[in-house]
Design a binder for this molecule. Sequence first.
Ligand SMILES: [Zn+2]
Length: 400
Amino acid sequence: MSRAETPFTCNACGSSDVQIFYRVQGVPAHSCLMLSSREEALAFPRGDIELGFCRRCGFIGNVRFDAALNRYSAAYEETQAFSPRFLRLLDEVWDDQIERFGLGPGMTALEIGCGKGEFLVGLCERSGCSGIGLDPGYRPERTHSGAAGRLTFIRDLYGPKYAHLQADYVCCRHTLEHISPVFDFVRLVRATIGERRHVNIYFELPDMERVLQQGAFWDIYYEHCSYFTRGSLARLFRAAGFDVRRLYKVYDDQYLMVEAEPAAAPGPLLPQEDDLESTTALIERFGRQVEDRLSTLADTIARHHAAGQRLAIWGSGSKCVSLISSLGLTRTLGPEHLAIVDINPHKHGRFLAGSGLEIVGPDALGRFRPDVVLIMNSIYTEEIRHELAGRGLEPRLIPL
Ligand SMILES: [Zn+2]
């Protein structure tokens, strides 16, 4: 379909100049829901991905996204807090945010999409502030904190009915990418703040520039319907009535952070917002990049399999579900040749949506004895090497 015929509108700026540049059909609608049987995992609802790039604001969204397939609940298992490397990142973010925004006793932090609450709990424990967290996937039994008396959790999605919740600091981590009407959402956050211009805003989400640069197709999945680069994120916040104060990347440039505050008048643009031209160039070559990545990975796996070797994939989250479905791994590898490993004990014995593969803990690798371990996020390579060595294993590691 040519650009002129596309009927899609950008959810960030309303433009109809949206170019479709990437398609995947029939992918599991969720990848972090814990399914208790293989049958349930195999029968899990599927949806299509068609990424549209807005040539006016740079926003990228799945134009085929259907929110009716969403099943966010307490069975959603997204936490990365079992990884020491991830906990170090949280430490850095807590210290940085508390210092920058002077969070302390008497102040209130509101977290939209707080997951299991780790970030908010840590923020309140360290700073002495009070906290309100919203998330349908929150699990009260997992919060053990001396700050519990200052914490309120609401097991629901954020929406207009929570406009009365007032705070000095509003954060939203790894949530915006799950929301399709992004302008409406950020605008709602802005509207609830009203005239209280001292309120600081902090959003954290995956950075799409890196995904485009690296052809990292496993970072594109159904749960993520919205994708941003620094420029498109800043443009969205500005359009919704915020001034963008800080725009940066962390975690080997995997995560994109924005700090904003309600604007009385438009503030000066930051140099890193100027990325529309470079993003357009990345979009043009993304399809070929992905094909190269896919064929290299498929060749590597086929070669090891032909040699009778066993493969383990370390990390059972969305990236893993996306990789298995893109490579069609379960068509070629049986359970005796493929293991899915995760350090989160809440995932062990559960099944991956789409493929129906069972997730095991690192201890199970002692019996499976993998020859090759595919690491779904290279930032954990040393941590994983250490876990394997502790079990007397020295397989070949392939970090993605
Ligand atoms: Zn747009």
